[in-house]
Design a protein around this ligand. Structure first.
Ligand SMILES: NC(=O)c1ccc[n+]([C@@H]2O[C@H](COP(=O)([O-])OP(=O)(O)OC[C@H]3O[C@@H](n4cnc5c(N)ncnc54)[C@H](OP(=O)(O)O)[C@@H]3O)[C@@H](O)[C@H]2O)c1
Length: 379
């Protein structure tokens, strides 16, 4: 890790206690031993971040405070909107004497934003922290914390373990960068790619383990999305439930796309959250509206018509395909027209994971970015 150049700011903050200590500890904190302490601390901060809630408007963030010798003084993580940010959580465990001259290692750039809590960059400056290492730049309204810290004379280094942290924060980062929720499309199908039988029945194509996995995914999402066709055909509850059918602590908001009126006794009306319905077909506008309502991850459960419309609109970030060892045949394919008229236009995916769930297989895929060299038929 390189030693960053700190431009001396023409501000009285350069003379703050943190800035003086930054100069004092500069040499010690850039030795190889300290770099490895920072990397280890970042890895620990990443594991702390994972303790925070996966759903919600705020990212999972972890923070470790090190002394000038690279030893851990305190740790913190963010427990959800309205609670202390990771840096403030860690700082709260230390006396002002301990914090002076310390190094903060944070997975996300300290925020520069006053929301339900104050800016973390300011809290770090006031605490007298001498150095800050972070992994990923904040792409959202909290951006600017690194610049504020530097302006106060604190040495700041970004990009530590950036790839690992990017990967673990990809849902929040994608949503924040795109201004729409991260979209996962799920379907369960037979090995021959059918999502229902000719009479529209689809309960249950897959077994218990796969269905339980789906409930866990629902519990990790802010919203669960289906079309009116699925509500009318299956009358789903759209809740996240445990093995015994009990409601899990976090419930996704039920969202229905389509203009058809829903039956008055549809089970979704009994959902713990009020239903959101989009009656037109503008998927991008609907996603922007969900984002504005604080929804960062949506789990699209179909059916085939709606899933295909999401794919055709180019807004799918992840696919979860549950494959049952069964053949159904017939016309009810898992997805329909996605605007691919010729094989060269096939939407190529990258397989990220293949897992056995009981008798079934789960395939996790993401949009692929490489164009395959050969896309013709058999020679
Ligand atoms: N195996 C699985 O994983 C799975 C999952 C879910 C469902 N299913 C099965 O799928 C079947 C229902 O399939 P489906 O395709 O009829 O249901 P669907 O995809 O849930 O609903 C289709 C409806 O979505 C609405 N819609 C909203 N925005 C749209 C857009 N941009 N483009 C197209 N449609 C849009 C339309 O409703 P309006 O006409 O009301 O406007 C359309 O008729 C059932 O048999 C069910 O059991 C299987």
């Amino acid at each position: 890790m390189g030693s960053p150049q700190v431009a001396r700011p023409a501000t009285a903050l350069w003379h703050s206690p943190g800035a003086r200590l930054a100069r004092e500890y500069e040499d010690r904190m850039t030795t190889a031993a300290t770099s490895s302490a920072v990397t280890a601390a970042m890895r620990h901060a990443l594991s702390l971040a994972a303790r925070g809630p996966v759903a919600g408007v705020n990212p999972q963030v972890g923070c470790v405070i090190l002394d000038a010798e690279g030893r851990m003084l305190a740790e913190g993580w963010h427990r959800g909107a309205g609670t202390a940010h990771a840096e403030v959580d860690a700082l709260s465990k230390l006396t002002s004497e301990q914090v002076r001259g310390a190094t903060a290692v944070v997975t996300l750039e300290p925020c520069n934003h006053t929301g339900l809590t104050g800016p973390c960059s300011q809290a770090l400056i006031e605490a007298g922290v001498a150095r800050v290492f972070f992994a990923v730049t904040d792409p959202g309204p909290g951006a600017g914390g690194a610049a504020r810290l530097r302006a106060a004379g604190i040495k700041v280094t970004g990009g530590v373990l950036a790839d690992e942290v990017e990967q673990s924060m990809d849902v929040w980062l994608t949503a924040t960068r795109l201004g729409r929720p991260f979209v996962t499309v799920k379907w369960a199908s037979s090995l021959d790619g059918r999502a229902a039988a000719a009479d529209s029945t689809s309960k249950w194509i897959t077994g218990t383990a796969a269905r339980q996995h789906v409930h866990e995914q629902r519990a990790a999402a802010d919203a669960i999305v289906v079309g009116t066709g699925t509500v009318i055909a299956d009358n789903p509850e759209l809740t996240a439930r445990g093995d015994a059918g009990e409601l899990l602590p976090h419930q996704p908001i039920p969202v229905v796309f389509g203009g058809s009126p829903l039956p008055a006794d549809a089970k979704v009306h009994a959902h713990p959250h009020a239903l959101i319905q989009f009656t037109d077909r503008d998927i991008e506008a609907a996603l922007r509206s969900l984002f504005a309502q604080g929804i960062r991850r949506v789990f699209v459960e179909g059916g085939p018509t709606l899933a295909s419309a999401f794919i055709a609109a180019g807004v799918v970030d992840e696919y979860l395909v549950y494959l049952a060892p069964a053949l159904i045949g017939g016309p009810r394919t898992a997805i329909g027209d996605i605007g691919v008229g010729t094989i060269a236009d096939a939407r190529r995916l990258e397989i990220r994971d293949v897992r056995r769930l009981g008798e079934d297989l789960l395939v996790v895929a993401r949009p692929g970015f490489s164009t395959p060299a050969y896309v013709g038929g058999d020679a």
